[in-house]
Write a protein that binds this ligand. Structure first.
Ligand SMILES: [Zn+2]
Length: 129
């Protein structure tokens, strides 16, 4: 059971980090005048060719590994910071559960989520750049 919960926490942590990376990238790169909501909505696209990413390419870590860090269409490089941060967040959350149990996760997970939400709100209000 502990392995299953660890796996779920790994996926949760990786997904939160994936969203954080997406939000950070999109909010910082949004053109002047575009609302934060518009920047955050819609499916992700390749920065090189603008093609919409496939469902498989959107899976945290796995999408990057399968594509070997490049867009399958134009070869545009995708920075390794995305899969690395996803693996660290997922691994950290799973390790926290295995070492400290639910009590540790109950303290750290809300703080982690709050940190991500505040970061996104800060960037959204700041107006990009
Ligand atoms: Zn591309």
């Amino acid at each position: 059971m502990a392995v299953f919960i660890s796996l779920l926490l790994f996926l949760l942590g990786a997904s939160i980090a994936s969203f954080a990376g997406l939000a950070l990238h999109r909010l910082r790169a949004r053109p002047a005048g575009q609302s934060a909501w518009a920047a955050l909505s819609g499916r992700s696209r390749c920065d090189g060719c603008g093609a919409q990413l496939t469902a498989l390419e959107l899976v945290p870590m796995l999408g990057w590994l399968i594509a070997r860090g490049r867009c399958a269409r134009c070869g545009h490089s995708v920075p390794a910071i995305y899969p690395v941060s996803e693996a660290l967040a997922g691994g950290g959350l799973a390790a926290l559960f295995l070492l400290g149990g639910f009590a540790s996760v109950a303290v750290v997970l809300p703080a982690f989520v709050l940190f991500v939400v505040l970061g996104v709100v800060f960037l959204a209000l700041r107006g990009g750049g």
